[in-house]
Write a protein that binds this ligand. Structure first.
Ligand code: M6R
Length: 366
């Protein structure tokens, strides 16, 4: 039921403080310094000793996997590859002893992802599934895994399932980091506490949803948009652009910000909105200079910034503030305004946001 919301997509966006909380329930005990994902219990050793983790998914779920690459490499010191399921299944991939495959899928029924893990399983990999729909095909095919517990997602655009996927990936990464001793204890405890306070921070962003709404009314006639981010927020740039394409039919592309000067910069003129994710993190200074490059070409800059940021505020045409959080957790916050921006743009353009043309909720054919 949509309740008071006009669309399922909006309802699901607003459910995120609850769904992220539900996803951590019984798994994260920040005050005790404990994190345990029950579903992977029997595979903790394999994960901790994995030589390589291969993440397989499609669409939004692939973007969650891309964030996980940055995360697992940083906190667990393990090599991670992320691959489109549709490419993996038709290649002749190399699977070695000790490789662990993680499949991410909201529906658990995406045909390409399912066939890809069947193939990896035959080749001897251990398969872990991160899925939302309980009892669906991917969890049944996996050796083990963890559910995202986001509840039914009706809107075709994935929103709350995405943040729940990220949450599970954070929990698993932290558990494995603890197991391996790859994370300094103080940082570990701090991140657990910060993860614990994410639902509150997401709520704060939602309380200011009118900002994304008013920006949508300014840019609803754009022909095209560019989304740029670096590091942990590069996959979020891709996700923001995917949401915009699906929901509003505005052409939008995401890139790592530094790639701009290798091509996309040619598109920038005074009509091109460029969405930057410019939170205060390791790449902040670099992003600021990318913003200057866009402004020098008269592009319109919208930037997602950390609360209290002044430098970007002075440069950008508009900013959307998000609460401060450790860099590795920013994707859980930075994606929220992008979901809202896509949603309101779609609504203002008269699109069927819950059921965009040509799309199905789960892609069970290849
Ligand atoms: O059910 P899955 O997570 O396997 O689905 C994967 C994609 O089809 C899905 O994320 C799609 O890209 C969404 N429409 C994105 O909003």
């Amino acid at each position: 039921e949509k309740g008071n919301f006009e669309h399922y997509m909006l309802k699901e966006i607003f459910e995120q403080p609850t769904t992220i909380f539900d996803c951590m329930r019984g798994r994260l005990m920040a005050n005790k310094g404990l994190v345990k994902v029950g579903g992977i219990r029997e595979y903790v050793d394999q994960l901790a000793n994995a030589k390589r983790i291969i993440i397989i998914a499609c669409g939004t779920s692939l973007h969650a996997g891309m964030v996980a690459k940055y995360l697992f490499e940083e906190v667990c010191r393990v090599t991670v590859e992320v691959e489109y399921a549709s490419e993996f299944r038709y290649r002749n991939p190399v699977i070695r002893d000790g490789d662990v495959v993680i499949a991410i899928s909201q529906s658990g029924e995406t045909a390409d992802t399912l066939v890809a893990i069947e193939k990896a399983k035959e080749m001897g990999a251990i398969i872990l599934g991160i899925c939302n729909v309980v009892g669906s095909s991917i969890p049944r095919t996996s050796h083990a895994g963890a559910y995202t517990h986001a509840g039914a997602e009706i809107g075709v655009a994935s929103t709350k399932a995405f943040t729940a996927q990220l949450t599970v990936l954070y929990l698993i990464a932290l558990q494995i980091a603890k197991e391996k001793g790859t994370m300094e204890n103080e940082r570990f405890r701090r991140i657990l506490n910060e993860l614990d306070s994410i639902p509150k921070k997401v709520q704060k962003i939602l309380d200011n949803s009118y900002i994304a709404q008013s920006l949508a009314s300014l840019y609803l006639d754009a022909k095209s948009m560019i989304y740029l981010g670096r590091g942990y927020n590069f996959p979020i740039a891709l996700e923001g652009a995917l949401k915009m394409k699906e929901i509003s039919y505005i052409h939008a592309e995401g890139y790592p910000a530094a790639e701009m000067k290798h091509g996309p910069i040619a598109l920038i003129d005074d009509e091109m909105p460029v969405m930057f994710i410019a939170t205060k993190d390791a790449t902040y200074e670099k992003i600021v200079s990318n913003i200057q490059e866009v402004k020098a070409r008269k592009g319109k800059v919208i930037a997602i910034v950390t609360e209290g940021d002044d430098a970007v505020k002075n440069l950008a045409d508009h900013v959307i503030e998000i609460p401060e959080v450790d860099e590795i957790l920013t994707p859980l916050l930075s994606v929220i305004p992008l979901q809202l921006f896509a949603y309101y743009t779609g609504v203002l353009r008269g699109c069927n946001v819950d059921q965009p043309r040509n799309l199905a909720k789960s892609v069970t054919v290849e």
